[in-house]
Design a protein around this ligand. Structure first.
Ligand code: SF4
Ligand code: MG
Length: 279
């Protein structure tokens, strides 16, 4: 046993810090914090074996509230920081967490390339379809006609919302799931599965902003668990996701692509090519 290993058993509470969250009372992110800490404990991890990395936004405050290693990094750049951390410290469980504005707008390009690079990290996006911290601007996942905030254009943006799960699949993500903050135990199970799955795992968690999107309180009536077998077939996953209404929760896709650094590298590519042309 090395000095870093431990035989102690930790509970979800051990993964929570002493810092009291400043989220609005009723924000969905409280439950997501509980799901993350429960997943770490259920997996038998220790705080010193885990790390939470975030960008900027309401949900990106989460490293302060966890008793793990953590980096509250730069707006939209959490995935770059998280991948670098994992490559430098492959022994750590690295969980990157943030919101829909941080992850899909400012960090959109990092999202695409993290999916295809397939470093063995877990990415959680607490999606409330709004920029909460900056007081209610539409985000990439906001419905095109939403204009209930003083910060939204009259009649809405008119833009087609970003479909993060379909885009993750098209970009090569190895594990794709959706959770709901109103189901913290189910979401903890999904996060634990995502952490265990090799490669880049993406979990979108619908997490209501009760301050700027009060109508999202109704999500508890529209979210549904889909007790389907997660498919390993990207074509089947694509069909499922393209007909998805945004309310199906569960593990929707499990790929079998080896994680970055674990691929079988072609060692003799030139002679293989040569053989192909001479046969
Ligand atoms: Fe949560 Fe919205 Fe309040 Fe931010 S503004 S803490 S997302 S309820
Ligand atoms: Mg948001």
């Amino acid at each position: 046993m090395t000095s870093c290993e431990s035989t102690a058993t930790y509970t979800a509470k051990d993964f929570k810090s002493e810092v009291k969250p400043v989220w609005c009372p009723g924000c969905g992110d409280y439950a997501v914090l509980s799901s993350i800490t429960k997943a770490f404990a259920d997996l038998g991890l220790a705080p010193h074996q885990t790390s939470v990395v975030s960008g900027i936004g309401c949900s990106s405050r989460i490293p302060a509230y966890t008793n793990t290693y953590g980096i509250h990094s730069i707006h939209g750049r959490a995935l770059a920081v998280g991948q670098g951390l994992k490559l430098g410290r492959p022994d750590l469980t690295v969980l990157v967490a943030g919101g829909d504005g941080d992850g899909f707008s400012i960090g959109g390009n990092h999202f695409l390339h993290a999916c295809r690079r397939n470093v063995d990290i877990t990415y959680i996006v607490m999606d409330n379809r709004v920029y909460g911290m900056t007081k209610g601007q539409p985000s990439p996942t906001t419905e095109s006609d939403w204009d209930a905030s003083a910060m939204a254009p009259p009649g809405g943006t008119g833009m087609t919302p970003f479909h993060p799960l379909a885009i993750a699949l098209a970009s090569g993500a190895n594990f794709i799931a959706r959770g709901f903050s109103g189901d913290p135990n189910g979401t903890a199970q999904i996060i634990a599965e995502a952490i265990k799955h090799p490669g880049f795992s993406f979990v979108a968690i619908m997490s209501p902003c009760i301050t700027f999107r009060e109508e999202q309180r109704d999500w508890k009536n529209t979210m549904r668990n889909v007790n389907i077998e997660p498919t390993t077939d990207p074509a089947q996953a694509a069909r499922r996701l393209m007909t998805d209404d945004g309310f199906n929760c569960g593990i929707l896709y499990r790929g079998d692509r080896p994680a970055y650094g674990k691929e079988k590298k072609a060692t003799n590519a030139v002679s293989d090519l040569d053989r192909e042309f001479t046969l």
